[in-house]
Write a protein that binds this ligand. Sequence first.
Ligand SMILES: Cc1cc2nc3c(=O)[nH]c(=O)nc-3n(C[C@H](O)[C@H](O)[C@H](O)COP(=O)(O)OP(=O)(O)OC[C@H]3O[C@@H](n4cnc5c(N)ncnc54)[C@H](O)[C@@H]3O)c2cc1C
Length: 431
Amino acid sequence: MQNNPTAEIVVSTTEDQDSDEVRAFRLRAREWMKDNLPPRLPHEAGNDFDDAALVNRDRELQKKLHAAGFGGHQGITVPVEYGGLGLDQRFEDVFLEEAAPYRLPWSFGNATNIAMPCILAHGTEEQKRKYVRAILDGTHLWAQLLSEPSGGSDLAGVLTRAERREDGNWYLNGSKVWTTGGHHCDMGLCLARTDPTLRKHAGLTIFLVNFHQPGMTVNPIKLVMGGSEFCQEFLDDVVVPDEDRLGEVNGGWKVAQTQLASERKGMARGWHVGMHRAETSPYIEPNVRYGKIAKKLGTDKDPYTRALIGELMVYDAVSDLIGKRINTGLRSGKFHGEAGAISSLMSSVFDIDRTKLVSAMAGPEGIATFDDASANGVGMSRVSTHRIGGGTLETQMNLVAERHLGLPRELGPAPDTPFNQLRSNATAKIA
Ligand SMILES: Cc1cc2nc3c(=O)[nH]c(=O)nc-3n(C[C@H](O)[C@H](O)[C@H](O)COP(=O)(O)OP(=O)(O)OC[C@H]3O[C@@H](n4cnc5c(N)ncnc54)[C@H](O)[C@@H]3O)c2cc1C
C-alpha cells in the first residue's frame, strides 16, 4: 500500500513485478508527484468544462508533467520524436499506480483519448511532430466536431462543406453542435463533406481545425442545469491549409472510424485514465463512495439503502471485470478495435442503472444533481448523458448487432447512391 495524501483513495500497486528499470522510474515518479501534483479530491470532477479554473489548472499540470520528463498525461508510450517517452506499457501502468492519489490533467481527455490516436494512426510525419507534441506539452486542448444540428447518429450524413479553392486552402462552412468543451479548445477534428456527388460515406474528409481564427464562432450552450459544457459552432469560410487535412481527400470515413473506435476504447478503459486504480491491478476494490453518500444522507442504516449499495457494488465489480477483460484483449491484439463497442455499450447501460440506483438512494435529492455528482454523475439528470454521449444507446446496440453478432444491416437506399441524390429535406439544400 502506498503513501496516500487523500486517505479516501485506496491504492494497490504491482511493485513486486518491477524490473530494476521500472522500479527506478516508479521511485522517480513517486518522489516527483509528492511535491508537484495536487491531491485527487474524490468530489472533484474528472473534467468539467463549466469550470474554467479547473481546465486552466489541467493545462498547467500537463505542461508541468511534460517539462518534468514524464511525457505529459498518456505520453509515456508515445514515440520520443512526437513528444512522448517511447517506453513500454509497463512504465505507464506503474506511473498510473503511483498517480492514483493525485489529480491528473483529465480535461485533456478528448485530446489524449481521441485526437492523439487519430493523428498517430492517420497523420503525416509533420502532423504527428506538431500536433501530438502540442497535446503532450499542454499547448492544445482538442474538440470533436462531428455532430450537427441535422443529427448525430447518422454521422455520415454531415452537411458541413469543405471546398478547396485556388489558393490551395480548404474553406469550411456549416455548423457543429454538442461540442464538449468547445469554448476551451484550441483545435478540433472536423468531419466535413468534400464531395456530395459521391456516395454518402465516400465524400467525407477530416480536417484539423484551428479554433482561433476568423469565421469560427463558438457559442456555449446554456443547459437547464445552469452550466455550459457544450457548444455550437458556426463555421463561415474557416480556413484549413491542406497540410492540416487528416488522411486522404474523401477518405474521412476511415479516419472517423478510428476516431469513434478511439472514443469507445477510451470509454471502455475509463475515460479519465489513472482515476481508477491502475489498469493492471488484479484486485477488485469495493467502491466505498456509496456508503459515504448514504452516511452523508443519514440513510446508511436503512435496509433499503443497504440493499441498493450491495447492488451498486455488484455493478461496479462486474463492469470492472468486463472492462478489464476487453481492455486486455484490445492491448494484446486478441480483440479487434471494434470490441470497445461492447464495453462502451455495457458502460452506458451500467451507468444508467447505477445512476438510477444512487439517485434512488438519495430520495428527492436525487432528482437533480447533488453535491457528489462530479464523482460519477449522480442524479437523475445525468441519465440522459449516459444514454447519448459517445453515440446513443440505440446506435451502440446497432453496432454490436451488426458488427459483432452478424445481424443484417438496417434497410436503406442502395449503397452507391450519391449523397446529393439521397431523399431527405436536409440534403436538398446542398444538392
Ligand atoms: C455528454 C455528451 C457529449 C457529447 N460530446 C460531443 C462532442 O464532443 N462532439 C460531437 O460531435 N458530439 C458530441 N455529442 C453528441 C452526440 O454524439 C450526439 O448527441 C449523438 O450522436 C446523437 O445525435 P443526436 O443528438 O443528433 O440525436 P439523433 O441522431 O437525432 O437521434 C435521436 C434519437 O433517434 C435514435 N436513432 C437515431 N438513429 C437511429 C437508428 N439508426 N436506429 C435506432 N435509433 C436511432 C437515437 O438513438 C436517439 O434516441 C455529445 C453528446 C453528449 C450527451
